[in-house]
Design a binder for this molecule. Structure first.
Ligand SMILES: [Zn+2]
Length: 101
């Protein structure tokens, strides 16, 4: 497992650094979509974060198997959704949970 071991919840205002901002080549990624309200509970369930934090995505990766699950909202605008996916893929690429730039 990577540094973002079981799950990481994305604060989407944070764009990933260029080093991690690329496709996760060689990974199988399943995208699980759900309404934003449901996503809050799903992501809060896998990582303890502040309930005041707005979560737009999270991921669980299993690095030895190069398999990841990305959880995204299906009731937001396409740009927000895309930003969330990009953020979570950067975590799959090894971007640590603390979001260092
Ligand atoms: Zn994140």
């Amino acid at each position: 497992m990577s540094a973002c071991a079981f799950a990481l919840c994305g604060v989407l205002s944070i764009a990933p650094p260029a080093f991690y901002d690329h496709p996760a080549i060689g990974w199988k990624i399943d995208v699980v979509e759900m309404p934003l309200a449901e996503l809050q509970k799903t992501c809060l369930g896998v990582r303890s974060i502040s309930k005041n934090e707005m979560v737009l995505g999270c991921e669980a990766d299993f690095a030895p198997h190069r398999y990841a699950k990305v959880f995204l909202p299906n009731d937001v605008d396409p740009i927000t959704r895309w930003s969330a996916l990009r953020h979570e893929i950067a975590h799959i690429n090894g971007w640590p949970a603390e979001h260092p730039q």
